[in-house]
Design a binder for this molecule. Structure first.
Ligand code: R5P
Length: 319
């Protein structure tokens, strides 16, 4: 893997370091500084000509700075004659703006995809997109990793009896079904209505929660409204312990307060996004690392091996 180089922006350096460590390589040398007027300057401090470059940068908050850093990083690598550039975006910001559902609004997820391609990205490696169709916004290969194997291993270890996996909205049913299959539980769905960016209404529960231990699964916790309302509804329906698994811990605004006051036993997230100091102190929060999964995917992309094989059981893999 002599031609493989991993670089990091400022979006989530600890994750990039953990990925590099998993691959047994140092992080590439680059400096990101600001001009006096606030413009970002990216300088790659080592030769990348003919190299297979992976730039790790989630476009989480500060979204626009992280996105701009990534675009400039890609441009710098492209102009320095890197042989192939993969944008490793563990959390793809703007993903929820993926359709025009009212007049005079942008499709931001598509615009971001266009910008990454124009900058010179040859591939994208990302994790648990809000809508899997966002892959189609790119005309370059997208490897879309799922966090289910990591979560499933953790929750299997807890040996939770009488488990029901709950999707807090209809959009997430497919993911919840995968968990129910992996963990051997029932499936239930909540009919969620979004009232605003921060407020939701949890309506009907389709399925049974009475006397059941619950695993609520979602792609992200943003303002915490979805999970808090879902947990309250499940508790009203007689649920026992309520656990939450969400890939991306966006945790903005009232999220921490909402999680603390909800009838939730544990919230399990991954390290696609760095945690704020307040979130890191939250006792109910457990964080699983996706670094080994991302590292293995990078290795497979570099070696032109199948990435989808990663999601098969070891005995089913063909390589
Ligand atoms: C929405 O469709 C997503 O899957 C999440 O449920 C949502 O983004 C969570 O947002 P919040 O925490 O603000 O309710």
């Amino acid at each position: 893997m002599n031609h493989l180089k991993i670089f990091s922006g400022n979006g989530n350096r600890p994750l990039a370091e953990a990925i590099a460590k998993s691959l047994g390589r140092p992080l590439g040398d680059a400096a990101i500084t600001l001009f006096p007027d606030g413009e970002i300057f990216v300088k790659i401090n080592e030769d990348v000509r003919g190299q297979d470059i992976f730039i790790v940068q989630p476009t989480c908050a500060p979204q626009n700075d992280n996105l701009m850093e990534l675009l400039l990083f890609i441009d710098a690598a492209h102009r320095a004659s890197a042989q192939r550039i993969t944008a490793v975006i563990p959390y793809y910001g703007y993903a929820r703006q993926d359709r025009k559902d009212e007049g005079r609004v942008p499709i931001s997820a598509k615009l971001v995809a266009n910008m990454l391609q124009v900058a010179g990205a040859d591939r994208v490696l990302t994790v648990h997109l809000h809508a899997y169709q966002v892959q189609g916004f790119f005309d370059i290969p997208v490897d879309h990793l799922l966090s289910e194997p990591v979560f499933a291993k953790y929750f299997r270890g807890l040996k939770i009896p009488n488990l029901t996996v709950v999707s807090p909205d209809v959009g997430n049913v497919k993911t919840a079904r995968i968990y129910a299959e992996l963990l051997g539980g029932d499936l239930a769905i909540i009919d969620k209505e979004r009232l605003s960016g921060t407020e939701v209404r949890a309506g009907a529960l389709i399925g049974n929660a009475k006397g059941r231990n619950i695993l609520l699964v979602d792609d992200m916790i943003t303002s915490g409204g979805t999970i808090a309302k879902a947990a309250a509804l499940l508790a009203e329906h007689g649920a026992l312990d309520i656990h939450v698994a969400a890939t991306h811990a966006v945790l903005c605004g009232e999220a921490i307060a909402r999680l603390k006051s909800a009838p939730i036993k544990s919230v399990v997230v991954t390290d696609t996004i760095p945690l704020s100091a307040e979130a890191a102190k939250l006792k109910m929060l457990k964080r699983l690392s996706l670094a080994p999964l991302l590292a293995e995917a990078i290795k497979r992309i570099h070696l032109h091996k199948s990435v989808s094989q990663l999601f098969l059981r070891k005995t089913e893999r063909k390589d």
